[in-house]
Write a protein that binds this ligand. Structure first.
Ligand code: SAM
Length: 256
């Protein structure tokens, strides 16, 4: 099912680093996204970035991602349940900007988690009834169902987020998501999906070297397997940078 012929020519160069180095890279990445360190944005630049993010789920290459989410929401409504979505790395709510054209937002429960205050401010300006938690992946890993309203979620979503996080935390994130949610939908990098490159060291790729962004290719299938989730669907996504290795993954609790 997951045999995709990636080559150095059609994808990113790959390196394997120690877990200690991965922790430093993760801390750097977190400062980059949380504190926007070394990105000297003016206020109008922040506003323009925020505006772009409102539209990010609408990009043309993300059709399979949108379909997977709408499918879960509609299936839940058909079953007379209240669809609920828990999203890590939710930015300023592009998911809700997209979903509002498909479903009455009053019918769904949504909790998003992200760590930049500018995202939170914009989210709250647009979506008063839905919840935004200002926090990072470590806060998420420590959360219990009671911190999130007490009811399990239809679906956990992380889009373009887990590849920014080192493998140890991604493993805990997937285990936590599997505890809290019936489905897991990821939009991520699948170059090391099954741990074939390495499952003990951290696999990294120069995603956008000009923008000092080096990210992780995590063994997501191994983590889903461990959490008792099976991959029910995997759709390769053609990334705007022309590189292969991006995909949408739908995981669901296995029958066994
Ligand atoms: C490329 S953006 C993707 C935003 C949105 N999910 C999308 O697909 O358009 C990556 C997001 O992950 C968040 N993020 C990065 N590292 C994180 C961490 N350690 N904990 C929580 N969120 C993180 C960033 O703040 C940012 O909103």
């Amino acid at each position: 099912m997951i045999e995709i012929p990636f080559t150095p020519e059609n994808s990113y160069p790959i390196h394997v680093i120690s877990n200690e180095a991965a922790e430093h890279l993760y801390q750097f990445t977190k400062l980059f996204w949380k504190n926007r360190l070394d990105q000297d944005y003016t206020e109008p630049e922040v506003e323009s970035l925020i505006k772009i993010y409102r539209q990010s789920y609408l990009q043309s290459h993300l059709g399979s991602f949108r379909d997977a989410i709408v499918h879960q929401v509609k299936a839940s409504l058909d079953a007379k349940d209240r669809p609920s979505i828990l999203e890590l790395g939710c930015a300023n709510g592009p998911m809700l900007h997209f979903l509002k054209d498909h479903v009455d937002l009053d019918l769904i429960r949504y909790v998003g988690i992200d760590m930049w205050h500018a995202y939170q401010d914009d989210f709250q300006r647009h979506f008063g009834k839905e919840s935004f938690i200002l926090g990072d992946v470590d806060d998420f890993i420590d959360m219990e169902l009671s911190d999130l309203g007490g009811e399990p979620f239809t679906v956990f979503v992380a889009s373009n987020t887990l590849y920014m996080i080192e493998p140890g935390r991604v493993r805990k994130t997937i285990h936590k998501a599997a505890e809290l949610c019936h489905n897991i939908i990821l939009h991520d990098i699948i170059l090391n999906l099954t741990g074939d490159i390495s499952s003990s060291g951290a696999v990294i790729i120069p995603y956008n070297p000009d923008g000092i962004q080096v990210y992780f290719a995590n063994p997501l299938k191994i983590f889903l397997d461990e959490a008792g989730f099976e991959i029910k669907g995997l759709w390769e996504v053609s990334h705007p940078d022309g590189k292969r290795g991006h995909a949408v993954i739908h995981g669901q609790r296995g029958e066994g």
